[in-house]
Design a protein around this ligand. Structure first.
Ligand code: BJW
Length: 242
């Protein structure tokens, strides 16, 4: 039996799979990852220069320009076969939960209904001064519609900022109660998200990782599929639905 068949069989038996995804999930959509050496988003930019509250305070124009650049990339891309495979699995009756670190909204766009987007949504803005709510981003807009201050920023979580506590609790609960976990396309270097996957390592359910490169999780998972998410997921999910 191939590894794909093996994983497909495990997924077929599962009632409550969780997919924990990172930037590699959207790589085949054309969105660069964060840390890939050759074409990562930050291979020319240090994260601490762009994705921190301090950076925004120091140079809001530079940070906004970086996010406009990223939004333009996302507007030109769409969910790939991997996102669609996960969504189709849910449509076939499986109680799928997606926990994603990605801010591109592609799991939702592909049709997944239960998505915990831990690091926010890049296509929305919110007020950096704490006005409630988020807004669909306006191109190059920076004035908060509520307080009228020049304080709009992307609705994402920067280094040093806390993640939404409710989302973290819901994600933890999903991992504690799932019966199979997929860790897909994440370097596992950013916390507290990485701790969700670490939590699963004390489990009694299978953990599968899909990534072209080994990560800190690889030695602890049951099955490692070395390669692209968009290549493996359609085959695995199709097998599980048959
Ligand atoms: C493929 C593929 C293909 C390629 N198919 N795969 C504990 C220890 C140490 C530090 C900390 C700690 N706890 C907290 C911290 C501090 C910090 C942190 O984690 N630092 C580490 C970097 C050391 N964390 C925080 O600050 C967090 N907040 C927090 O802890 O609050 C509490 C607090 C408050 C105040 C003071 C102190 C603490 C917030 C973290 C927010 C992260 N935000 C970002 C940016 C989002 C906005 C934006 O998009 O600009 O989120 S950083 C960036 O990394 C982004 C990602 O979601 C995240 C994870 O990256 P990911 O997805 O893993 O991508 P890559 O590029 O790293 O990896 C891609 C992978 O795909 C690779 O493995 C490839 O091989 C693979 N791949 N092609 C499948 N086709």
């Amino acid at each position: 039996m191939t590894k794909i068949e093996q994983v497909g069989r495990l997924l077929k038996k599962s009632q409550s799979p969780v997919f924990f995804t990172g930037a590699g999930m959207s790589k085949e959509s054309g969105i660069p990852t964060f840390r890939d050496a050759m074409d990562g988003l930050w291979s020319d930019n240090r994260p601490e220069d762009l994705a921190t509250p301090t950076a925004f305070h120091k140079d809001p124009a530079k940070v906004r320009a970086f996010y406009e650049y990223r939004r333009d990339i996302i507007r030109g891309c769409k969910p790939n076969a991997g996102h669609v495979a996960i969504s189709d699995l849910e449509k076939s009756g499986s109680k799928v939960v997606v926990i994603t670190q990605n801010v591109d909204g592609f799991h939702e766009a592909a049709g997944s209904s239960k998505v915990f987007a831990l690091h926010g949504n890049i296509m929305e803005d919110r007020c950096n001064d704490g006005c409630p709510g988020s807004h669909p981003m306006g191109r190059h807009a920076s004035i908060c519609p509520m307080c009228k201050k020049d304080a709009l920023r992307p609705n994402v979580v920067w280094f040093g900022e806390s993640l939404d506590e409710r989302l973290l609790l819901q994600s933890t609960a999903a991992i504690m109660t799932c019966d199979i976990l997929f860790i897909i396309g994440t370097s596992g270097l950013v916390y507290p998200a990485a701790d969700l996957a670490n939590l699963a390592m004390q489990r009694r359910f299978p953990v599968i990782e899909i990534n072209p490169e080994p990560t800190p999780f690889t030695d602890q998972v049951d099955i490692f599929l070395p390669g692209a998410a968009a290549k493996f997921l359609p085959k695995i999910c199709r097998f599980a639905r048959e």
